[in-house]
Design a protein around this ligand. Structure first.
Ligand code: MG
Length: 196
């Protein structure tokens, strides 16, 4: 069985729309995206106090178990399985959120194939390298440049960066073998030549 690893937020799950919905509920006013900076409070022009209130609400409610799938998510996973791949999810959130991630994925990836590698409130700093070494996938897809570099450096043959414009303040992947796509469904093309 050939395995692939997908990131969740920004690849299969619409984290951003869920966070914005939470912000509007908590702040009781509309919020608008003012930049493509990765950090959500900065991206939506919130004060530090407002940002903390939004994150606290996220961490104390049903937020993490109710993040919607992106429109293409099911088609992407089905397409990969049709091509003969087994799909894993590796996500930079704390392991205590595993059940919530399973719930948001709505059956798309079983819990036994999900790995949470993050620490509370420092998701961006998480390292996926150990999970990559354990699963040893043929291919890896993520929208965070650092995680794609971790895959390429771990020797994943097809390491792909989804450049979705959400990390404007983060340098692009450094590894020379990283492929770049602009839509998650393009990942199927990266795998076409090795599909079984
Ligand atoms: Mg992501």
């Amino acid at each position: 069985m050939r395995d692939v690893i997908l990131d969740l937020d920004g690849v299969l799950l619409d984290f951003e729309s869920a966070w914005v919905k939470q912000a509007v509920l908590v702040l009781e006013r509309p919020v608008a995206r003012i930049s493509n900076v990765h950090e959500m409070g900065v991206r939506y022009g919130l004060t530090d106090e407002e940002k903390s209130r939004v994150w606290d609400a996220c961490d104390n409610g049903e937020f993490w178990s109710d993040i919607p799938l992106l429109p293409h998510a099911r088609e992407l996973v089905d397409g990969l399985e049709d091509m003969g791949f087994r799909v894993f999810g590796v996500t930079a959130v704390h392991p205590e959120l595993l059940d919530a991630r399973v719930s948001s994925l709505d059956g798309l990836i079983p819990s036994g194939r999900l790995v949470c590698v993050g620490a509370p409130k420092v998701a961006g700093a998480a390292d996926k390298t150990d999970a990559i070494h354990r699963i040893r996938p043929l291919a890896f897809l993520d929208d965070h440049p650092a995680h794609v570099d971790q895959a390429a450096n771990a020797g994943v043959p097809i390491s792909v960066w989804l450049d979705n414009g959400c990390y404007a303040d983060v340098p692009p992947p450094e590894h020379i073998d990283v492929a770049v796509i602009n839509h998650p469904m393009d990942f199927l093309e990266n795998l076409r030549s090795v599909a079984g």
